[in-house]
Design a protein around this ligand. Structure first.
Ligand code: FAD
Ligand code: NAP
Length: 331
């Protein structure tokens, strides 16, 4: 990709990728620090919370619709003076200063600093029936939705640490939790496995996959399970189905340009949002595979903006424009 040394008309001191809780919070803090940030909304304005219903763990709101919460954050960002651009980034050059980012429609953005807040998305099984009941009994987040299943029966699909931790968490509310796994050994670590097997509310269903999610007007009523060994099928009655088969961070365009772990999460300096390239910061689900919450993402967005402010205070714009590729850190 071609780069330029001279800032373009679309130049900003801080360019934010993403309009979820991390990106919006970074925008508000950067605007209040008089950094005139530009925020690229991306393919899902408002981020992941747009696709959920009730959010009951956002501080200050006992219960708020995900879409309403994100609309309020979006309005606050506009009022704070952030320049919000309806575009998404398809390529970046982090090897020269200013940084260059290419928009989907061909726009060329340049920036002294970048905050990456492009989030992550849950992997789904890919069943039509799963899609039909998403938000009406099918979820990918027990911390978010487990509360709704007090005294009911739930199942979790998956065999990794996330699936086991989701199952354990659900036992705080549900009277019974099935853990459905396609093999007969778990990927989860020994500590989690020991906790799982010690919990009387959890029952393992080995060598099984969900063939169909069953339901009615009120939501999920059960699943049709298929045995992975002999393809025999049976039905299981339940109210909540949690899919925990992994997440994909939206980081493809940073491959080879920022240090990442083997799953594509951006690596940051512990206790900071600084990435392997000075001047590039990462906040929210794009760098956090453990907590994945709106409030933690917003907190990281705040930290990123404060770190940008400190970074810019220590580098004048001329120095940034002439810094070489030596500061870069490919994965
Ligand atoms: P996201 O919200 O994922 O936002 C990412 C942003 O990046 C999007 O705006 C997208 O358009 C943008 N983007 C992506 N690619 C590009 C690109 N190439 N260029 C520019 N922009 C790009 N958390 C809770 O705390 N409570 C809940 O009740 C809750 N419920 C949930 C329910 C569901 C169904 C889901 C899926 C998640 C839920 N979560 C909940 C988790 C929460 O939504 C996430 O932790 C949070 O949204 C992460 O925020 P983020 O800003 O890091 O990323
Ligand atoms: P993961 O370790 O990749 O496990 C995904 C699980 O989902 C696997 O058991 C896999 O089955 C199953 N799976 C994948 N696709 C499936 C499909 N289409 N249908 C049915 N099952 C499917 O993912 P994760 O559990 O989200 O963990 C991600 C990373 O975060 C891991 O490194 C994990 O250790 C880490 N993590 C750590 C902690 C902790 O340390 N406390 C907590 C959470 C996550 P197979 O086993 O058959 O492949």
């Amino acid at each position: 990709m071609q780069t330029e040394e001279t800032p373009s008309a679309l130049h900003s001191k801080v360019l934010i990728f993403g309009s979820g809780p991390a990106g919006y919070t970074a925008g508000v803090y950067a605007a209040r620090a008089a950094l005139s940030p530009m925020l690229i909304e991306g393919p899902q304005p408002g981020g992941q919370l747009i696709i959920t219903t009730d959010v009951e763990n956002w501080p200050g709101d006992e219960c708020v619709l995900g879409s309403e919460l994100m609309a309020r954050m979006g309005a606050q960002v506009q009022r704070a003076g952030v320049e919000v651009v309806s575009d998404w980034i398809v390529d970046v050059d982090l090897s020269k200063r200013p940084f260059v980012a290419m928009g989907d429609g061909g726009a060329r953005y340049t920036a002294d600093t970048i905050i990456v807040a492009t989030g992550a998305s849950a992997r789904w099984l890919g069943l039509e029936s799963e899609d039909a009941y998403r938000g009406r009994g099918v979820s990918a987040c027990a911390t978010c939705d487990g509360f709704f299943y007090r005294g009911q029966v739930c199942a979790v699909v998956g065999g990794g640490n996330t699936a086991v931790e989701e199952a354990l968490y659900l036992t705080n509310f549900a009277k019974k939790v099935y853990l459905i796994h396609r093999r007969n050994t778990l990927r989860a670590d020994r500590t989690n496995q020991a906790r799982l097997h010690a919990n009387p509310k959890i029952e393992m269903i080995w060598n099984a996959e969900v063939a169909e999610v069953l339901g009615d007007d009120r939501g999920v009523t059960g699943v049709r399970l298929r045995d992975c060994r002999d393809a025999t099928e049976r039905q299981l009655a339940l109210h909540g189905l949690f899919i925990a088969i992994g997440h994909d961070p939206a980081t493809a365009m940073f491959r080879g340009k920022l240090h990442m772990d083997d799953e594509g999460y951006i690596l940051v300096t512990p206790g900071s949002t600084a990435t392997s390239v000075p001047g590039v910061f990462a906040a929210g689900d794009v760098q956090d595979k453990l907590f994945r919450q709106a409030v933690t993402s917003a907190g990281m967005g705040c930290i990123a903006a404060l770190e940008v402010e400190r970074y810019l205070a220590g580098h004048n714009t001329h120095a940034i424009a002439t810094e070489g590729a030596d500061a870069g850190g490919a994965a």
